[in-house]
Ligand binder design. Structure first.
Ligand SMILES: [Zn+2]
Length: 467
């Protein structure tokens, strides 16, 4: 848990400096709707029916800008969407309804090293387009009236469309990125559990970027083949995992969602329709547990002697998910890879999926001077009686099964358990700063014992809760 709250706000010129904006602000507060976010040659284009009051802050490690649009509703089709940008020093933009009443739309810009220090905004009243333009980045025009607003209109027809990269985003999705707007079709090879994406009229970029697959990645292999004038991307998942396409928010990208499949068959396995049902669907009568491995990517969590919390909790979480599936539960992970993931998307995933329970898995740490401290703490949100109940079931099982020091059921205002509406807990599974506990935490059979105890506690809670 230790590094979750260290994201300090850094000095930052408010990125939206345009005095003209103030003059154009409507005198009465009107409800605005953000309908789309697109990337163009002139900047980032927000389709919105007026000028919202905006506030921006820049946050370090990882470097990002948070832009809040006041009194703005996010259209449902772009809520919780992720838009690949890969220019203007911005890797991607995450869009979500941050608050419902009063409405606040939040855009999070994940930045790369070329990020400009300040941005300028202008509003095209007739077309309802708010354009955010980076300052000091060459190659951008200053003429918003000629603004192309779709990927296809900026296309130069003399160049072939290329498949430029594959990467994991913050939602556990594999994103295929192209140089221009693309269409595609998909097929699933049941025999090999391989998902094929065929993208016509494209070729593979000579500078193709590919993700590094971890040893415990649910993806076994990713292959790209040029077949005639089409590129075929073949993603082979491990048994127990499936891939499905997601709603498109960007014509230049295809996002594939990776999900674990329950052990209990939900239909005829020969029928591809039942095979590609999302595993978190509650229609099959099974309850869903969302498992949240803490930290990830550059946020390593607690660390000692080259051992990272993010790796221990990911391994433990996968064991936990497997055991819960064997018990008949549906399982969804907030991350299955070593990726950077904010706290709010973790909450949103559980909320959107209407999970029955949420469990965040962490490893504790203290100063070197307190290396004798060891044991397990299980947290619930203050005043959350069901959360407390769940914490008590799980904690009792962990202590009985692992023999770890009992540091008690506690309450604390951790973001992921305070902001989730279902019973939610955060388990600090031990202290990485205690040498003997650290040795147990990296041991896979101890991890499995911990996971089994957590699963048993969740099962007991959900059974008693159902009655
Ligand atoms: Zn942690």
């Amino acid at each position: 848990m230790s590094t979750q709250s260290v994201n300090a706000q850094v000095d930052f010129d408010l990125p939206l400096q345009d005095t003209n904006l103030q003059a154009q602000l409507p005198s009465s507060i009107q409800q605005l709707q953000l309908r789309n976010v697109q990337v163009s040659a002139d900047g980032l284009v927000l389709q919105i029916n007026g000028i919202p009051k905006m506030s921006a802050s820049r946050i370090a490690s990882p470097d990002r800008i948070i832009l809040d649009l006041q009194t703005t509703e996010v259209a449902p089709w772009i809520h919780n969407s992720l838009i690949a940008v890969n220019r203007y020093g911005v890797k991607q933009i995450r869009v979500a309804q941050f608050q419902k009443s009063p409405a606040i739309a939040r855009l999070v810009f994940d930045l790369d090293n070329n990020s400009p220090a300040s941005w300028q905004s202008s509003f095209d009243q007739t077309r309802g387009l708010l354009v955010l333009r980076p300052l000091g980045i060459s190659g951008t025009s200053n003429n918003p009236s000629n603004l192309p607003v779709t990927g296809s209109t900026v296309a130069n027809n003399n160049l072939a469309t290329t498949i430029d990269g594959l990467s994991f985003n913050g939602y556990g999705q594999l994103v295929i990125q192209a140089s221009r707007a693309i269409s595609y079709r998909t097929s699933l090879d049941l025999a090999t559990n391989t998902y094929n994406v065929t993208i016509p009229s494209t070729r593979i970029s000579s500078q193709l970027r590919r993700p590094i697959l971890g040893s415990n990645s649910p993806i076994e292999q990713i292959r790209l083949n040029q077949v005639g004038d089409a590129v075929v991307v073949s993603v082979k998942a491990l048994a127990g995992w499936q891939i499905r396409e997601t709603a498109r928010t960007n014509t230049q990208a295809i996002s594939l969602q990776l999900e674990s499949v329950g052990q209990v068959a939900t239909g005829n396995p020969q029928n591809p329709r039942s095979q590609i049902q999302p595993s978190y669907s509650n229609n099959n009568g099974r309850q869903l547990v969302v498992i949240d491995p803490g930290h990830g990517g550059p946020d390593v969590g607690a660390t000692r002697n080259g051992v990272y919390e993010k790796d221990i909790v990911l391994a433990m979480s996968k064991q936990l998910g497997r055991i819960l599936q064997q018990m008949g539960y549906s399982v969804m992970y907030t991350r299955t890879e070593d990726i950077d993931l904010d706290l709010e998307p973790r909450v949103q995933m559980a909320e959107n999926a209407r999970a029955s329970a949420f469990v965040s898995v962490h490893v504790n740490s203290l100063d070197a001077s307190a290396s004798q401290v060891n044991g397990v703490e299980t947290y619930h949100a203050p005043g959350a009686s069901l959360g407390k109940n769940l914490a008590e079931f799980v904690h009792e099982q962990i202590i009985a099964s692992t023999g770890a020091t009992d540091r008690g059921v506690r309450s604390a205002r951790f973001h992921v358990i305070v902001n989730t509406s279902m019973p939610a807990i955060l388990v600090e599974t031990g202290f990485i700063t205690n040498p003997s506990e650290a040795a147990r935490l990296v041991n896979s059979s101890y991890q499995e014992r911990m996971a089994a105890a957590i699963a048993k506690g969740i099962d007991q809670f959900l059974r008693s809760y159902r009655r």
